[in-house]
Design a protein around this ligand. Structure first.
Ligand code: SAH
Length: 398
C-alpha cells in the first residue's frame, strides 16, 4: 500500500473544511518512509480518504494539502490546471504589474508568482514548491511567454521549512537592474533582483489609486504637504504628485528604496527637493517633526509587518499605536491619515481599536471615511482566513 499519513480524528473536521495545513500534532501514524517534498495520501483512522498534499518532515506544517478530491492525481496536469485557475481569476487590472499566484489563497500553497511587464518573479516558500520550481517555471513560461523568470526565494519563512535563501534566473533571460512597469497610468522602476518582496508592493496598487482620486477630487490639495512615511520606492508619492499636490516628503529606513523613489518621481515628470527624501527610523523622524512643530495635510503610514506571529501581537499594537499617535499629532484640523497594517495576526477590528486609542491619546476627533484592503489579484481563500493581511483606514482628523 502507498505511503500514507493517518490523522487524529480531532483534525478531520478542519481538513474537511479544506484548510490546507496539517501540523505535526495532527498526525497519528506515518505508514512508509516518505521523502521531503513527496506527495502523500492523508487518511482517517478507518482508512477514509481525507486529502493529498506534499510532505516536509522539517516543518511544523508537515503537510500542505493540494487536493481534497480522491480522484485527483497530482501530476503535471494538476499543476497546470491550478496555474490556469489562478491566471483566470486575474483581471487585466490597471497596468502591467500584478500578482498572478497568491500561494494558499490560490490553492497553490507555498507558491507566489508576480508579473512585472515581461518578467515573472517566483517565490518558493515551501520545500514542496522548491522541489518543483523548475517544472512550475517551465509551465508558466509556456503559458505566458515571459522574457525571463527570476527567483526571489530570499524570505525568512523558508527557514521554518529547513530551506536556505535562493535567488537567480529560473528560466529565460536575466532581468536588468530595473524593470519599468506601468501602474494606474504612472511609471515605476522596479528592482526585481534586490528590491523588497519581489520588487514592488503590488498589494497597495488600488490604495495608491484611491489616494490619487481623493487628492484630485478634494479642493485645495494643490497646496498640500503630504508625508509619505514608510515610502519605499515612492508609490504613494508619485500617486499624490500626479494628483497635483505641491509637495511630498518621503521617509524610509532604506536609502536604496528612497533613491529609487527619487528616480520614479523624475520618471513621471514630477519634482521633489533632495531634502524631501529622509532616510531614517520613522518613529524618530516623526518625533523630530513634532518637536519642530511641523504640520501636514495628509500622512500615509504604511509600515512593515510589525507582528510576524500571533505571539507578537501585543508588541505590534504598541508599535502601531505609537506611529498613529504621532501622525494624529502632526495633522492639521481637517487633515487626512491613510494608515495601514499588513500583519495578519492583527485583524481589522484590533487595528481599528489601536487607531482609535491613538486618536484619543492625541486628544483629537476623527472619522473613518474608508476601509481599505488588498486588490483582487491578492485573493483570500475563504477556507484560509490567514490569507487576509492588509488592512487600511482613511481617516479625517479634527
Ligand atoms: N508604501 C510603500 C510600501 C511600504 S513597505 C509602497 O507603496 O510601495 C514598508 C517600508 O518601510 C519599507 O520600504 C521599509 O524599508 C520601511 N521601513 C521598515 N522599517 C522602518 C522604520 N523603522 N522606519 C522607516 N521605514 C521603515
Amino acid at each position: 500500500m502507498s505511503t500514507r499519513i493517518i490523522l487524529h480524528d480531532k483534525v478531520l473536521k478542519s481538513i474537511s473544511r479544506r484548510h490546507p495545513w496539517v501540523f505535526s500534532g495532527a498526525i497519528k501514524t506515518i505508514k512508509g518512509t516518505p521523502e521531503d517534498g513527496d506527495i502523500l495520501r492523508l487518511v482517517a483512522g478507518d482508512g477514509t480518504f481525507a486529502g493529498r498534499g506534499y510532505w516536509n518532515s522539517h516543518s511544523q506544517i508537515r503537510v500542505r494539502i493540494l487536493s481534497w478530491n480522491e480522484d485527483e492525481v497530482i501530476d503535471q496536469d494538476f499543476w497546470e490546471g491550478r496555474l490556469r485557475r489562478a491566471l483566470d481569476s486575474r483581471e487585466p487590472g490597471s497596468g502591467n504589474a500584478r500578482r498572478l499566484v497568491h500561494a494558499e489563497n490560490d490553492y497553490l500553497p507555498g507558491l507566489v508568482v508576480d508579473q512585472y511587464a515581461d518578467w515573472l518573479v517566483i517565490q518558493a516558500l515551501t520545500l514542496g514548491i522548491n522541489r518543483r520550481k523548475h517544472m512550475l517555471a517551465e509551465l508558466l513560461a509556456e503559458m505566458l511567454q515571459p522574457t525571463g523568470i527570476y527567483e526571489r526565494s530570499d524570505v525568512e519563512v523558508r527557514a521554518r521549512e529547513g530551506l536556505v535563501p535562493e535567488t537567480g534566473v529560473l528560466w529565460g533571460a536575466e532581468p536588468p537592474d530595473v524593470v519599468e512597469i506601468e501602474e494606474n497610468g504612472q511609471r515605476f522602476l522596479v528592482d526585481i533582483k534586490a528590491g523588497q518582496k519581489t520588487g514592488f508592493y503590488l498589494d497597495q496598487r488600488e490604495n495608491r489609486a484611491a489616494l490619487h482620486a481623493m487628492l484630485k477630487q478634494h479642493p485645495g490639495t494643490e497646496d498640500y504637504i503630504v508625508l509619505n512615511a514608510f515610502g519605499y520606492t515612492g508609490g504613494f508619492a508619485v500617486a499624490a504628485l500626479a494628483a497635483g499636490v505641491q509637495r511630498v516628503i518621503s521617509l524610509d529606513s532604506s536609502a536604496s528604496a528612497l533613491a529609487l523613489a527619487e528616480r520614479n518621481i523624475a520618471l513621471n515628470g514630477q519634482s521633489a527637493d533632495p531634502e524631501d527624501f529622509m532616510v531614517g527610523n520613522a518613529g524618530d523622524i516623526l518625533r523630530g517633526f513634532r518637536e519642530q512643530g511641523r504640520v501636514f495635510d495628509c500622512i500615509i503610514l504604511d509600515p512593515p509587518k510589525f507582528a510576524q506571529t500571533s505571539r507578537q501581537v501585543e508588541r505590534a499594537t504598541r508599535g502601531y499605536k505609537d506611529i498613529n499617535l504621532l501622525a494624529f499629532q502632526l495633522l492639521r484640523a481637517g487633515g487626512w491619515l491613510w494608515t495601514f497594517s499588513c500583519s495578519n495576526a492583527v485583524d481589522a477590528d484590533l487595528f481599528q481599536k489601536v487607531v482609535f486609542g491613538a486618536l484619543v491619546d492625541a486628544g483629537r476627533e476623527g472619522q473613518i471615511l474608508r476601509h481599505l484592503s488588498a486588490p483582487p489579484d491578492h485573493p483570500v481563500a475563504l477556507t484560509f482566513p490567514e490569507g487576509s493581511y492588509l488592512k487600511g483606514l482613511v481617516c479625517r482628523v479634527w
